[in-house]
Design a protein around this ligand. Structure first.
Ligand code: C2E
Ligand code: MG
Ligand code: MG
Ligand code: MG
Length: 278
């Protein structure tokens, strides 16, 4: 501590306050499942060639008692540290499968998996149970995994990925390009899809390096037989860029914000109308 006292007086209350906020968040998070405070929002993933919705990514929302929302970026790290991500993740998996089973169109539902879930022995069984309970065909479920899940225990991770894929479930690599060795993972692990991180997409119109990276990832995907999604597409210019570079899907505010299940169903119904010409 600083001897002049200034740093101490200024710093310690802030730290104590932060720890208190965190402790309260953990307690509230423990109760949130029982109180049914979690919801899923669904963001469309547009298939560029056909212009239709290929799937929706399920994104977790926590609505607290006072009606305010807590961002997943703020509570998922705490849920991971406390192990609460396991029951929460199971709820997400079941709810997303159940919602998708009621859609009028066989769109895929993509569910984010935490590295903590991924290392849990029961994962494959939970996936099987969620599919069976909802009556959802496995091809309609996609699991999004970040590099964090792949960092350790390579053999066990490959075994888990293979057992998931042998069920018929699709596996995608999320936030591609942000980790240390994204490329080497592509060689070791079987993925169906790569999601190019939004940090590259954001810079596309102004930055030649970002453009070269997106183009290269798309080319890599097409030679490896892996589908490519561009994340965080917000402008028409970005859409044209990713299309010209050969990306297969786009997901972003331009083509649809995360929405509730009723709105997701309504947008699928509009596709049905177009298909049947009504
Ligand atoms: P992610 O899986 O990479 O999801 C994409 C995030 O980008 C979402 O944020 C989405 O709302 C946001 N996004 C989509 N389009 C745009 C755009 O055009 N511009 C911008 N600026 N942002 C866009 P969200 O919903 O806040 O989720 C943040 C992260 O939290 C997710 O990143 C994912 O890592 C994690 N997460 C969300 N739901 C779950 C879940 O059910 N389980 C786990 N383990 N993690 C989750
Ligand atoms: Mg994701
Ligand atoms: Mg992502
Ligand atoms: Mg992300």
């Amino acid at each position: 501590a600083r001897s002049d006292g200034v740093g101490v007086r200024f710093y310690e209350p802030v730290l104590a306050e932060r720890m208190e906020v965190r402790r309260r968040l953990e307690l509230d998070l423990r109760r949130a499942l029982a109180l049914k405070q979690f919801e899923l929002a669904y963001q469309p993933q547009i298939h560029l060639e056909s212009g239709t919705i290929g799937g929706f990514e399920a994104l977790l929302r926590w609505r607290q008692a006072d009606g305010s929302f807590v961002s997943p970026a703020d509570f998922i790290p705490i849920a991971e540290e406390t192990g609460l991500i396991l029951p929460i993740g199971e709820w997400v998996l079941r709810s997303a499968c159940q919602a998708a089973a009621h859609w009028s169109h066989p769109a895929v539902v993509a569910v984010n998996l935490s590295p903590v879930q991924f290392r849990n022995r029961g994962l494959t069984q939970n996936v099987v149970a969620a599919l069976a309970h909802a009556g959802l065909p496995p091809e309609r479920l996609e699991l999004e995994i970040t590099e964090g899940a792949l960092l350790e225990d390579t053999e066990a991770v490959i075994a888990t990925l293979k057992s998931l894929r042998s069920l018929g479930v699709k596996v995608s690599m999320d936030d591609f390009g942000t980790g240390y060795s994204s490329l080497s993972y592509l060689r070791k692990f079987p993925f169906d899809k790569i999601k190019i991180d939004q940090s590259f997409v954001r810079e596309l119109e102004h930055d030649a390096e970002a453009r070269a990276i997106v183009r290269t990832i798309a080319a890599l995907g097409s030679s490896l037989g892996i589908k490519i999604t561009a994340e965080g597409v917000e402008t028409q210019g970005q859409l044209e860029e990713v299309r010209s570079h050969g990306c297969d899907y786009v997901q972003g505010y331009l083509t649809g914000r995360p929405m509730d299940d009723a709105a997701a169903r309504a947008s699928l119904a509009r596709i049905e109308d177009r298909v049947h010409g009504t």
